[in-house]
Design a protein around this ligand. Structure first.
Ligand code: NAD
Length: 490
């Protein structure tokens, strides 16, 4: 079992009081890691370390910051196998996905390092010969980052390298269940040569460490990824302090399949959107909207594909889908299925816990299809966060768009058609921060990511992801002798 303390000021530091929590595998029950349960006093120490490191870090040449980030990416590359195993085991996800997640985190770091080379800024030279304006971007300061359990590495790396490139120092509060990769990365950053205090990690409860972070007067910004419920409360607290908050929240994505799509591609993408990360994903394609003329055949073929997937242990390379994060969450997902059934949906496939053999020691659910789901049913509106997809048939483009938008969330949506006009028009009408056309869950560090509506505020990744962590300053220079503003008083 791995045992971790906090990471403060470039050092391994025991939590005040020494309390800890043990993470067991959600797939086979074995003890994986012990994480420290930090206190508000521990958070104070970490914020002080970040504050102390702030000026020397932000005053460095940005290319020096980029060089350290590139070294961190190299160390992560060298340690990819270990990081991927930790990620897969703690979350319960397949090792294949764990590897993909760490590889993507490395790419995000390399891209953000490149962005540091061209931090924007401009000179305004057209105010006459005796005036000059400079618009500069400065780091916001100390950033508190709060991350969830489903993609511990990627949700962190959509924030951390951009904040570092901008010149911020950070204190991270990962999920108390899946903090392993975050702590490993903080250690690697010190090995890469990052100055003490630039990256700090305080593990523990959201209600204790997270809460103290949001309230802390020396934390200049909160960058949060998690549920809409917690994000809304954090946003309110930040607003009262006039503190910037970046919020990456829940989702309820739709995959719209038109009859003229490449149906084989669509089946593959819709299946992936259902089961990737056990459906524990903010952009899980949890609602299938399918044109009526193909709805029955498409649903039958989807059930066939899902039935052939291998649900298994995280470290088995053959596993397509792993275990749910914990028992209560598994029960909550099954309760959503039960409610849908009561409200009139058909359970076309799955719908139950898997049992027997390896399944008896973990929290496994069969990939599930709910037929005949209408927008009035609670499933259509509520985030379920499991390997479940609903099927709703539509007849017109307008109807498809209205159904897709009939949710308070707006993180991502997908659409499948070979008609370019339709693809463009529908993607413009979808109210979400990301739209995938003839693919699903593709991403690139250069493409901003974030939510419309209740899915969040702000953007991660891309140039926008860098600017999130910066303040804009206007500096106005008067050159030569200044004309008197108050001539009578001169
Ligand atoms: P959560 O909101 O329960 O917890 C997220 C983090 O907030 C954890 O570290 C938790 O300890 C902390 N926290 C909890 N209460 C807090 C409080 N009062 N003050 C400060 N911090 C607090 O979310 P979760 O269950 O870990 O993750 C699942 C959710 O995350 C889903 O809703 C999912 O859609 C969302 N998510 C969103 C994105 C995105 O990019 N938009 C990505 C991944 C996950």
């Amino acid at each position: 079992m791995r045992s971790y303390n906090l990471w403060i000021g470039g050092r391994d530091v025991a939590a005040e009081g020494g309390a800890g929590t043990v993470r067991r595998s959600p797939a086979h029950g074995a003890e994986l890691a012990r994480f420290a349960l930090g206190s508000a006093a521990d958070l104070d120490r970490a914020v002080a370390a970040a504050r102390a490191a702030r000026e020397s870090w932000s005053d460095r040449n940005a290319m020096e910051r980029a060089a350290l980030m590139t070294r961190l990416a190299d160390l992560m590359q060298a340690g990819l196998d270990r990081l991927a195993e930790i990620e897969a085991e703690e979350v319960g996800k397949p090792i294949r996905d764990g590897r993909g997640e760490i590889a993507h985190s490395i790419n995000l770091t390399r891209y953000a390092a490149a962005l540091a080379w061209e931090i924007p800024g401009r000179a305004q030279t057209h105010h006459g010969t005796s005036a000059l304006g400079i618009v500069s971007y400065e780091p916001i300061g100390v950033v508190g980052m709060i991350t969830p359990w489903n993609f511990p590495a990627v949700t962190l790396f959509q924030k951390l390298p951009y904040a570092l490139a901008a010149g911020c120092t950070v204190v991270i509060k990962p999920s108390e269940m899946t903090a392993g990769t975050t702590l490993e990365v903080a250690r690697l950053a010190t090995e890469a040569g990052f100055p003490d205090g630039v990256i700090n990690v305080v593990t523990g409860k959201g209600s204790v460490v997270g809460n103290a972070m949001v309230d802390h007067p020396d934390v200049d910004m909160i960058s949060f990824t998690g549920s809409t419920e917690v994000g809304r409360a954090i946003g309110e607290k930040c607003a009262r302090q006039v503190k910037r908050a970046g919020l990456e929240l829940g989702g309820k994505a739709a995959n719209i399949v038109f009859a003229d799509a490449d149906l084989d591609d669509a089946l593959d993408g819709v299946a992936l959107g259902t089961i990737l990360n056990q459906g524990e994903e903010c952009v899980a394609g949890t609602r299938l909207l399918v044109e009526k003329s193909i709805a029955e055949t498409f649903t039958r073929k989807l059930a066939d594909r899902l039935s052939r997937l291998r649900v298994g242990l995280p470290l088995d390379p053959q596993t397509d889908m792993g275990a749910m994060i914990h028992e209560d969450h598994m029960k909550a997902v099954l309760a959503h299925v039960e409610t849908a059934r009561r409200e009139g949906a058909d359970v076309v496939a799955g719908g139950m816990r898997l049992t027997g053999g390896i399944y008896d020691k973990g929290f496994f659910i069969a990939p599930t299809i709910l037929g005949k789901v209408t927008p009035e049913m609670s499933y259509f509106r509520e985030e379920v966060f499991g390997p479940v997809i609903s099927v709703t048939a539509f007849e017109t483009v307008d109807e498809a768009v209205a159904l897709a938008n009939a949710t308070e969330y707006g993180l991502g949506n997908g659409l499948w058609t070979k008609d370019l006009d339709k693809a463009h028009q529908v993607s413009k009408r979808l109210r979400s921060g990301t739209v995938w056309v003839n693919t699903y869950l593709d991403g690139a560090p250069q493409m901003p990511f974030g939510g419309y509506k209740r899915s969040g505020l702000g953007r991660e990744n891309g140039r926008e992801g860098l600017i999130e962590f910066m303040q804009v300053k206007s500096t106005f220079f008067r050159l030569g002798k200044r004309a008197k503003a108050l001539p009578h008083a001169a």
